[in-house]
Write a protein that binds this ligand. Sequence first.
Ligand code: PRT
Ligand code: ZN
Length: 300
Amino acid sequence: MIDKQTRIKIAIQKSGRLTEHSLALLERCGLKYTRGRDQLIAYGENMPVDLLFVRDDDIPGLVRDDICDLGIAGLNIVEEKRLQFKDAGIEDPYTQVCALDYGHCRLSFGYPEDGPIKSIKELNGKRVATSYPAIVKDFLVTQGIDAEIVEFSGAVEIAPSLGRADVICDLVSTGTTMIANKIREGETILESECVLIQTPVDIPEEKREWVDRLLQRIEGVMAVRESKYIMMHAPRDALPRIKALLPGAESPTILPLEGTTDRVAVHVVCREYVFWETLEALKAAGASSLLVVPVEKMLA
Ligand code: PRT
Ligand code: ZN
């Protein structure tokens, strides 16, 4: 039995490209869960959080209807459904809380290599096959292009060879699917990644504190994605140069070293990727015993 008043419901993809990443994110937020016998719901053991496993296309609707407090889906789906809701007179169906940095892809036009159309400038009066009719329509309208949209729920890339469309507009990540179907990728109309959305309805008092905690933990997980903790020994007089070399660093902690006054230990969190070149530059500036370790959690 689902206790809607006190337990947070999160809709995630049941099985697909986003499932593993979404579960890993929630686990990194500390969630432990058992999956129910029907596999459609997982009950949180250590937090008042339950997971609903559904098709990604259903996630925006579940959040918009406040069946779920939160949902995790690709921006492509979140934006497509938002435009569909808007068409039906429903504004702001959910709040987009943050991007989650996985599930990256782009929605791009694709032109058959042996066809006459080479760019969106030639789309007037033509047919575009897509699984994202609302996003494509919105784009065509803003560009003043009058093209027909042919909706496909999958295998969009075969539409031109079936004679159902002149061009396509589909998700691309590596681009191999378009190439394999002799389609050239053209203009990108949406850069997508997985996003977290929240119900438009005020979250009941009983759940508020845990929702806030969860959002703060997600923020913490996101913040440390590329963060590294760097430790080194350095000459005290090289500190200004060393500080300038550290990428996205907060103020370092400077600690005395036993038995010397001119060398110190420097500890610092860097928020950006640390390249070998940076370490080599630090060494050239006088640093030694350089250690770079990953950061697991951060609470600002
Ligand atoms: O069953 P359900 O409806 O939940 O799953 P689904 O089949 O609709 O979705 P799924 O699991 O395929 O994708 C879920 C989400 O992953 C999408 O909504 C996107 O936000 C994101 N994503 C990231 C992608 C891709 N990358 C991607 N490459 N979704 C689809 N593709 C397709 C692409 O269109 C092509 O057909 O995968 C194929 C391979 O792409 P290339 O460019 O690497 O060849
Ligand atoms: Zn889907």
